[in-house]
Design a protein around this ligand. Structure first.
Ligand code: ASP
Length: 428
């Protein structure tokens, strides 16, 4: 009888915990279980647990297309001022590009300081095909979807953004006859946000499964030789988050940056374990709106755009990895080479899709630009998941930081919500 009471009490305590605490506990327990499974030779058990994580990630991905489309149309119909939309767009792009410049500088600086590739002997690796960069103008034009249904079916976020903006504008311009449509989108939005909350409530289980799988499949023997690259990237991500994002949020909004970091902890943890910033988008959207008080008209634009083009973690990773490969192969880079790495890393990060491992594919582009051996990609591939976790967490933090800064400047941030400590808010 007592045992049963205790059990019921335990369940109730777990149910009432705030979501981020549940995710944090899941993260720790999963990591411990994974290490135990790995060291006892039970890697297959760790791999079979992954299925729960895959189910969770699929469920969040299911939300991306309807969420981006519906919330952006609603965002557009709630602002009829075109000049304001243009201003928000400019500020967003400026923030994204500016912070990316900081990220690559920190990455290159740390790689030169820590020298992750010195002393590594690279073994034989399979030759890999380099990826060609598409011409810039083609990339621009391809944002216009020739078939919006195909854009939705393929999950092409930039094309969906374009169509949603045009559609929202058209609803505004059509005026009275389109009013029912506007109401319909409001209703759809309410339902989709609810669905998002339901899916996100499963995050602890998904996170637990994914981290168990990672910790269970990467043994220490894989990680130790490349420990310095991992260290350089993790340190760089931490510095960038705290100094650049924390600094910009506090300088540009005059708000407490600690609240910012408390508010984004859920998307950070989901990004860390799922390694997909596009996949994390619904979680990021809910967090900035509910925890940080950002208005929908800003976040429904800045976040999907950020999940597609703003990847500071990926950019920093390209720089660190390229210098690692040069050092490991004993190749000297000239000043011009460093500039090329900075430029191609920035472009590659803009072109990287917000999905697991996409940055690794783009690394071949950066390496080829300065004539580094593509075998380097194969070496990095061995530990890419670990690097992907940090860079994806940084990518979503950057999207959220930009959203807060732009929202504050547009008077779209409810300070009462922002200033309430996260721990006092009701669980999602
Ligand atoms: N996984 C990263 C993201 O989704 C992209 C990358 O591989 O760098 O943001």
């Amino acid at each position: 009888m007592n045992m049963e009471k205790q059990k019921a009490g335990g369940f109730a305590a777990w149910r009432n915990l705030l979501l981020w605490k549940k995710i944090a506990i899941a993260l720790m327990l999963g990591a411990i279980l994974g290490v135990i499974l790995n060291s006892t030779g039970n890697e297959t058990a760790a791999t079979s647990i992954k299925v729960v994580g895959t189910a969770f990630v699929s469920a969040i991905k299911m939300l991306i297309v309807p969420l981006v489309f519906v919330s952006l149309v609603c965002g557009m119909t709630s602002v009829s001022d075109m000049a304001r939309m243009g201003r928000i767009g400019l500020k967003t792009v400026a923030f994204y590009l500016g912070t990316t410049a900081f990220a690559i500088t920190i990455g290159v600086g740390l790689a030169l300081l820590i020298q992750p590739g010195v002393g590594i002997e690279l073994g034989e690796a399979a030759a890999m095909e380099a990826r060609e960069a598409p011409p810039f103008i083609n990339t621009l034009i391809s944002i216009i979807p020739t078939n919006p249904v195909a854009a939705a079916a393929n999950g092409n976020v930039l094309q969906i953004i374009f169509f949603a903006i045009m559609f929202g504008l058209a609803i505004n311009l059509a005026g009275e006859p389109a009013k029912p449509l506007r109401n319909l989108f409001e209703a759809l939005n309410a339902a989709i946000m609810k669905l998002t909350e339901i899916v996100i409530s499963f995050a602890p289980y998904g996170v637990f499964a994914l981290i168990t799988w990672v910790a269970g499949t990467y043994g220490l023997d894989v990680l130790l030789p490349l420990g310095k690259v991992i260290f350089a990237l993790y340190l760089g991500c931490l510095i960038h988050a705290l100094v650049v994002y924390g600094g910009l949020v506090s300088m540009l909004t005059r708000l407490n940056p600690v609240r910012f970091f408390q508010g984004v902890i859920e998307p950070q943890m989901v990004a860390f374990t799922s390694t997909s910033s596009s996949g994390t988008l619904p979680v990021t959207m809910t967090a900035v709106q509910q925890n940080l008080g950002v208005g929908r008209s800003v976040s429904s634009f800045t976040l999907p755009l950020g999940a597609t083009i703003n990847m500071d973690g990926t950019c920093m990773y390209q720089g660190v990895a390229a210098i690692f490969v040069a050092q490991a192969f004993g190749i000297d880079l000239s000043t011009g080479d460093y500039f090329t790495i900075i430029l191609t890393s920035t472009l590659a990060s803009i072109g990287t899709a917000g999905v697991p491992g996409a940055g690794l594919v783009m690394l071949s582009l950066v390496l080829t630009s300065v004539g580094l051996p593509l075998e380097g990609v194969a070496v990095i591939a061995g530990i890419d998941r670990i690097l992907d976790m940090a860079r994806t967490a940084l990518n979503v933090t950057g999207d959220a930081a930009c959203t807060v800064v732009v929202a504050k400047s547009e008077d779209e941030l409810e300070e009462d919500v922002y200033n309430v400590p996260h721990a006092l808010k009701t669980p999602v």
